[in-house]
Design a protein around this ligand. Structure first.
Ligand SMILES: Nc1ncnc2c1ncn2[C@@H]1O[C@H](COP(=O)(O)OP(=O)(O)OP(=O)(O)O)[C@@H](O)[C@H]1O
Length: 235
């Protein structure tokens, strides 16, 4: 039986008086890549903000590994194993690559304040650039740094918001390889928000298509024909 990690039911989110998520229900398992798709403005980023605690949900329930999440601060959720790589990456431009990675230590006990070798196996370029300022990296290198920083926190739930946006093809391929590697380790669940259809289709175990703050289609490559999924994502 699949190892369920995430379960949300009827989740809602408001920005002030505007309701943006209108009751999202979905689940996700360890070892799985779940792709959240949909056109601009349907609420994909808002869903990741709710899951990461960056913006508290306003209703419904959120369970992580069977525990109901009521303390929705981003710091509490990071300590609970949720790592968020936001759209635009948000690395610290004036900190070095090493210092950016070390910010991930904030949610680990002091005894674990070491950058694991695996990080440099996955992203060799970061080892070469440890002393370089984050803001001096290329966009693709910054994206790799942002994913690496998230992995430092040893997440169970890794939230990736459009990791291919504005990135050149060879780095997109490397990021795809990293996601595949992480899935193969079967110790975390990845929620991937992605508009690059072929990239998402290749990596996804399951797909959740959103429309106006709700789920309009969900299934796997076995249950949704590729063209149906492509059409659902683009209209
Ligand atoms: N801080 C905010 N205050 C008010 N409205 C917001 C805020 N952030 C987002 N919105 C609105 O919420 C809706 C959903 O935005 P969201 O960024 O979640 O969509 P998205 O599916 O991720 O879009 P994209 O693919 O363009 O990133 C949009 O209409 C957006 O204008």
């Amino acid at each position: 039986m699949a190892d369920n990690l995430l379960q949300i039911d009827d989740l809602t989110l408001h920005y002030g008086g505007s309701q943006i998520l209108n009751g999202i229900s979905m689940d996700a398992n360890i070892g799985e890549v779940v792709c959240v798709m949909g056109t601009n403005g349907v609420g994909k980023t808002s869903l990741l903000k709710a899951l990461s605690g960056t913006h508290a949900h306003s209703g419904g329930s959120y369970q992580l590994a069977g525990e109901t999440i009521t303390k929705t601060s981003a710091h509490a959720l990071a300590k609970n194993g949720v790592a968020y790589v936001p759209q635009g990456r948000e690395i610290f431009p004036f900190l070095t690559v090493k210092e950016n990675l070390e910010t991930g230590f904030a949610c680990l006990p002091r005894s674990e304040h070491k950058i694991p070798d695996e990080i440099f196996d996955l992203f060799p370029i970061l080892k070469d650039f440890l002393a370089r300022r984050g803001g001096d990296l290329s966009g693709g290198q910054q994206q790799q740094l942002a994913i690496a920083r998230a992995l430092i926190t040893r997440p169970k739930l890794l939230l990736l918001d459009e990791p291919t946006e504005g990135i050149q093809p060879n780095i997109i391929k490397q990021i795809g390889d990293v996601i595949r590697h992480l899935r193969g380790q079967s110790d975390m669940c990845i929620i991937l928000v992605e508009q690059f259809f072929d990239f998402a289709y290749e990596l996804g175990d399951r797909f959740v298509v959103m429309d106006r703050g709700a789920v309009k289609l969900t299934g796997t490559t076995d249950t949704i024909p590729k063209d149906t999924l492509r059409d659902a994502v683009s209209v």
